[in-house]
Write a protein that binds this ligand. Structure first.
Ligand SMILES: Nc1ncnc2c1ncn2[C@@H]1O[C@H](COP(=O)(O)OP(=O)(O)OP(=O)(O)O)[C@@H](O)[C@H]1O
Ligand SMILES: N[C@@H](CCO)C(=O)O
Length: 316
């Protein structure tokens, strides 16, 4: 299970007291996450999730809190940091940045249908529309430069037959970097996988886990999302789901010609990002009781995306 920082009841009770939300009834570590420590917290005053942020600089916490507050104000279903009675939203527990958020209803969907994908496409367009005119700047710590730095080092750990795919992909990043950075920008979720969305039946109940959020090209967010929501068991794209996601997105924010041109490459670059980050996680947590997702899944997807059959709809 992925609770990196276990908590004792007494330290939790002391931490929760300033919220004025009543007695602690129950708490439980959440095994699902891979990056942060999360706990379901049941208080007399309601159900909450406590997150201890394990990765990334503390200086970024006001960005996450500010972005979630803005999205909450814009009516998007997201968790947000609950303040204490004296107005403190960002706190510290066990020497980690800590925030308490309302627990959202709903369940993760592991086998999405076209309707789920359309809901996700609309949500992503709403995120981008709510932020593109006044972007909260944050450079991704898993961005293009990071790929170009980490890729060659990780190559040393790969088998020979994996190297051409990695080398070609890094070459594509270097070649297209300037054009990608010139694409239309907004705030990105940058990790909108199925395990970061909660559904109530076919209805999207909320999107969680903004700890990879950043500013950047909107098309990159779409590629990350599509690669997870619309991949089939053989890692190729499922066309009806992909068209539903892209169509719902484009109905709210039409794509530009430049975005349409870079779309196939963007899908590949989004695969590379998670291939590399999963290789790093696999090395870091080897032999530990931590959920590590399979890096090879994204190697296979990267290989599959060398030919992309799903064009962007409605390119201007
Ligand atoms: N606000 C919330 N409401 C309901 N459930 C939540 C909430 N926040 C987190 N969870 C639950 O906790 C689990 C782990 O949370 P989260 O995805 O944020 O962790 P993580 O370690 O950052 O994971 P990863 O980066 O691997 O997606 C989620 O899958 C979800 O089940
Ligand atoms: N969603 C990521 C993990 C958290 O960033 C992955 O599937 O590799």
């Amino acid at each position: 299970m992925s609770v990196f920082t276990p908590l004792e009841r007494h330290e939790l009770e002391a931490f929760l007291q300033p919220y004025g939300l009543g007695r602690l009834k129950d708490f439980q570590g959440i095994s699902a996450g891979t990056e942060n420590s999360n706990f379901f917290i049941s208080l007399e005053g309601g159900e909450f999730v406590l997150t201890l942020v394990e990765r990334g600089p503390r200086a970024d916490m006001p960005f996450f809190i500010g972005l979630l507050e803005r999205l909450h104000q814009a009516g998007l279903p997201v968790p947000y940091a609950v303040p204490t009675q004296s107005g403190e939203a960002l706190r510290e527990l066990a020497e980690k940045p800590a925030i308490l958020q309302p627990r959202l209803a709903g369940k993760h969907v592991s086998q999405p249908n076209a309707h789920h994908c359309a809901e996700i496409g609309s949500w992503l367009a709403r995120l981008h529309l709510a932020t593109r005119d006044d972007i909260l700047e944050r450079r991704s710590d898993r961005g293009l430069d990071w790929m170009l730095e980490e890729g060659p080092m990780l190559a040393l750990e790969l088998h020979d037959e994996q190297l051409p795919l990695l080398r070609d992909s890094l070459h594509e990043v270097a070649e297209l970097k300037a054009r990608i950075l010139a694409l239309p920008r907004a705030n990105l979720h940058a990790d909108l996988f199925r395990d970061n969305a909660l559904f109530d039946g076919n209805q999207l109940a909320g999107v969680i886990d903004f700890y990879n959020a950043c500013s950047g090209p909107m098309l990159y967010d779409l590629a990350i999302t599509l690669n997870d929501w619309c991949s089939q068991a053989d890692d190729s794209l499922d066309l009806p789901r992909a068209r539903a996601l892209l169509g719902a997105y484009a109905a709210l924010r039409p794509f530009t010609t430049r975005e349409a041109e870079l779309w196939p490459a963007m899908l590949r670059i989004a695969c590379l990002r998670f291939w590399l980050s999963r290789l790093i996680a696999a090395r870091r947590f080897q032999g530990r009781d931590v959920l590590v997702k399979d890096p090879n899944e994204f190697q296979r997807r990267l290989a599959q995306r060398q030919h992309v059959a799903v064009a962007l709809p409605f390119a201007l």
